[in-house]
Design a protein around this ligand. Structure first.
Ligand SMILES: Cc1cc2nc3c(=O)[nH]c(=O)nc-3n(C[C@H](O)[C@H](O)[C@H](O)COP(=O)(O)OP(=O)(O)OC[C@H]3O[C@@H](n4cnc5c(N)ncnc54)[C@H](O)[C@@H]3O)c2cc1C
Length: 403
């Protein structure tokens, strides 16, 4: 029986894995690189099968209660006039805005609070080395501690350093040619409950989204091939965005001013993580560290929630055979991940046109697509969910998940 498990990364995938493993009776330690719980991020959607996992944890209603209040999505012109609009309630299903829209930080915290009551969380530390043997995985931490575990689960997100340590050069990233920044800015009286999206020439977009914290979530993006911008320091990234968006129009000036003082600046060049395997001996990858699909897929949080649950449950079912557990987990999750990563590379180009003509064309198409006669069909394109694994296999384990 494997007992001691280390999870690295205290966000959606890590916290959820820790919660289930602890409920199944394992002794769990979570190590997170940042010095304290990491807030921040914008709306992430949890759809169908992901909601089923939250339901099994008794957290679905709490997650809905922490919703951002976003009611739909509108594309606007330079003066803020709406050119196309999708209201979630009219669609009778999830559209660009899902029914369960929750801030990344709020979902991670919703999972962190009960998980931290059941497991040990250590902030401000990370794995420096792992010596994996038949008996155990010996883990050396940056803090100087050395400990043995029966399994190590890496849930460190897209740029995971422990993944690179254990699986050097195995990730062949698929760059999606979109540079993106998310941050929180002060709310303004005319910010309402819509996600407002503005396209500026040069493949640039600005969007503003409501939250339930009295602030506004801003996004800046540029459609372009990456040039290593993710490695720059924050000041260089901000200077770059200031320069690129200075003449973008609409609310660019306000958003750039808000960016200066924001407390949760997040910047990345979007890239999928593509790994031929998700485990090696006692070390197993999950969430974005294993298969990041990028926000373009709209499925990253659902994949993280479902994958973490499947992994914890397979470890419970195969607790004396970690490699068997990892193989069953991979077999269950691969098809969903493969579909989730199927976003074509031209998608960011279509949604972020470079010329004025391209922008007018996009808005014209969205305007037609938002008409009552076809909007339900269009919504399916924004919200199509890959088929997930069969979770009925784990139902009987619910009885063993001690409170
Ligand atoms: C601050 C932040 C903001 C985000 N904002 C958005 C957003 O607005 N929209 C969106 O669609 N997606 C966003 N994401 C990504 C989104 O959270 C994921 O796609 C999805 O929820 C899967 O989560 P995950 O737990 O696998 O990875 P992540 O949410 O990326 O979490 C990884 C965690 O691991 C920690 N970590 C990293 N390296 C190490 C290490 N070596 N040792 C220990 N811990 C480590 C990180 O600090 C982080 O807490 C954001 C992620 C972060 C971290």
């Amino acid at each position: 029986m494997s007992n001691r498990i280390l999870v690295t990364g205290a966000s959606v995938a890590g916290n959820l894995t820790a919660w289930w493993l602890a409920r199944y009776g394992f002794e769990v330690t979570v190590v997170e690189r940042t010095p304290e719980f990491r807030n921040g991020g914008q709306n992430i959607d949890v759809r169908e099968i992901g909601r089923e996992v939250l339901r099994r944890m008794g957290l679905e209603q709490a997650a809905l209660g922490k919703g951002t209040g976003e009611e739909g999505t509108a594309w606007v012109d330079e003066q803020g006039n709406e050119l196309a609009k999708f209201i979630t309630e009219d669609l009778g299903q999830d559209g660009p805005t899902a029914e369960m829209e929750i801030l990344r930080g709020d979902l991670a915290r919703l999972l962190y609070e009960p998980a931290s009551a059941l497991s040990e969380f250590r902030f401000g530390d990370h794995v420096r080395d792992i010596d994996d043997s038949a008996e155990s995985a010996k883990v050396m931490f940056a803090s100087g501690k050395t400990e043995n575990y029966d399994a190590v689960i890496i849930a460190e997100g897209v740029g995971s350093s422990t993944r690179e340590l254990v699986f050097p050069n195995e990730n062949i990233p698929r760059f999606m040619d979109l540079t993106i920044a998310y941050f929180t800015i002060p709310r303004q009286v005319d910010d309402d409950s819509m996600w407002r999206w503005y396209n500026a020439p040069g493949g640039r977009s600005i969007s503003l989204r409501p939250d339930a914290h009295g602030t506004t979530r801003a996004m800046l993006s540029i459609q372009q091939p990456p040039e290593g911008e993710q490695w720059w320091d924050v000041e260089q990234q901000k200077a770059y965005l200031r320069n690129r968006f200075a003449d973008a129009g609409w609310q660019a000036e306000r958003v750039l001013a808000g960016m200066e003082d924001t407390k949760d600046f997040y910047f990345d060049v979007l890239r999928q993580v593509q790994m031929d395997r998700w485990s090696k001996g006692r070390v197993i990858l999950t969430g974005d560290a294993a298969w990041c699909a990028t926000p373009l897929a709209g499925i990253g949080a659902t994949l993280a929630v479902v994958g973490a649950y499947v992994l914890a449950s397979e470890i419970k079912l195969n607790s004396s055979h970690m490699e068997q557990a990892a193989a069953a987990y991979e077999e269950a999750m691969r098809p969903m991940v493969k579909q989730g990563q199927g976003v074509p590379k031209f998608a960011p180009r279509i949604m972020n046109p470079h010329s004025k003509l391209g922008i007018n064309l996009l808005h014209g198409i969205l305007n037609v697509a938002s008409k009552p006669a076809i909007r339900n069909l269009t919504a399916k394109l924004f919200a199509s969910e890959p088929k997930g694994p069969d979770l009925s296999r784990y139902e009987r384990l619910m009885n063993t998940a001690a409170v």
